[in-house]
Design a protein around this ligand. Structure first.
Ligand code: MN
Ligand code: ZN
Length: 340
């Protein structure tokens, strides 16, 4: 079968690899139908993702059809349309024992540490497969994964309706967050970004206030919008130099600050800003078994993933697709690689 492999940074190739076979552990065979291109895939392609190892078949937003099940498969059936959980965990480390496999000490993420979804078939445990809504096309179903990332951040933030939420960054991650945060019906949702177009879009999609951090003082405005207190949940979805400090400075006393970035560039932060307010600074990584929750939201029409994908490419034209991403064409929202 064919696969898209990043041999080493900036070296993408279509390779032949053996079609996987069902084993006792990996007891269902999935014929891949669509795989999304995520910012982190682009990072692995360009060699800027510190977690990735090479050579690697990338792709972690993976949907397909079950074409074969092992004799020990109990819940999944041939013909089911599914999305595959990208997290694989050891099951016995401290994090796993605390039911947090997404930060397993021996974490292996499909498409990052082990081969992912840019290939024609995958054999995986049936427990990693989630049936997608009937009405959702394969190309759009890849969006379930980014939505789980947003659900995870809200879960880490222990979001409640009385919260004043500040989301720093209105790009792909920030927009996904907005889509989920609004379901909690919080007291206010403020989005901050340096791009006016993105802020307009945020207002249309349910933000109650926006801050243009290019022309306005983010910390000062975030306080003003919340009656001087500061946001009670601050999510850093910009993940750039200075954004964590701004988040902590804006945050109100006794509140939660969520980080989602993977940058290893040092950032200036001090103890005073954390201790004086007793901030809870919490990381949010990947997602912890959130697929079922998101699929339920989509089935209940509370989250609409249709129309979020702006472009599709045949997977054998992955190079073209990644070159297109590099062009930074403003029409790009989400790109799905499509399989036969
Ligand atoms: Mn993703
Ligand atoms: Zn573990």
């Amino acid at each position: 079968m064919k696969a898209v492999q990043i041999v080493k940074p900036n070296d993408l190739r279509i390779i032949d690899m053996p079609k996987p076979e069902i084993t006792e552990h990996d007891n269902v065979l999935v014929k891949i139908k669509a795989s999304g291109i995520c910012g982190s895939d682009v990072g692995i392609y360009h060699g800027t993702n510190a977690a990735a190892t090479y050579p690697r078949v990338i792709g972690h937003e993976i949907v397909g059809e079950i074409v074969e099940v092992g004799s020990n498969a109990k819940s999944r059936k041939v013909g089911e349309r599914v999305i595959i959980d990208q997290v694989t965990a050891c099951g016995h480390c401290y994090a796993c024992r605390k039911s947090r496999p997404n930060v397993c000490h021996n974490l292996q993420v499909r498409g990052v540490h082990i081969d992912g979804g840019y290939r024609e078939f995958m054999a995986v445990p049936e427990s990693d497969c989630y049936v997608i809504p009937d009405f959702l096309e394969y190309k759009d179903a890849v969006m379930i994964e980014p939505t789980t990332i947003a659900v995870q951040a809200c879960s880490r933030a222990q979001l409640e309706s009385e919260d004043d939420v500040l989301i720093i960054g209105a790009g792909a991650l920030g927009s996904s967050l907005l889509r989920i945060v609004r379901l909690f019906n919080p007291h206010s949702i403020t989005m901050a970004d340096i791009d006016a177009g993105r802020l307009d879009e945020a207002m249309k999609n349910g933000a109650t206030a926006v801050i243009n951090s290019k022309s306005e003082d983010l910390v000062k405005r975030a306080k003003e919008i919340t009656g001087g207190y500061g946001p009670t949940v601050t999510i850093d979805a910009a993940c750039v130099k200075g954004s964590l400090l701004s988040a902590c400075q804006a945050a109100g006393n006794a509140t939660r600050v969520i980080t989602m970035g993977f940058s290893i560039a040092p950032d200036e932060i001090n103890q005073f800003v954390i201790t004086s307010k007793e901030l809870d600074i919490r990381g949010s990584r990947l997602q912890n078994r959130k697929f079922g929750e998101v699929i339920k939201l989509v089935n209940e029409r509370k989250v609409n993933l249709q129309g979020a994908v702006s472009h599709t490419f045949p997977f054998l034209e992955a190079q073209k697709a990644f070159d297109f991403v590099d062009s930074r064409d403003p029409s790009i929202r989400k790109i799905s690689l499509m399989f036969d």
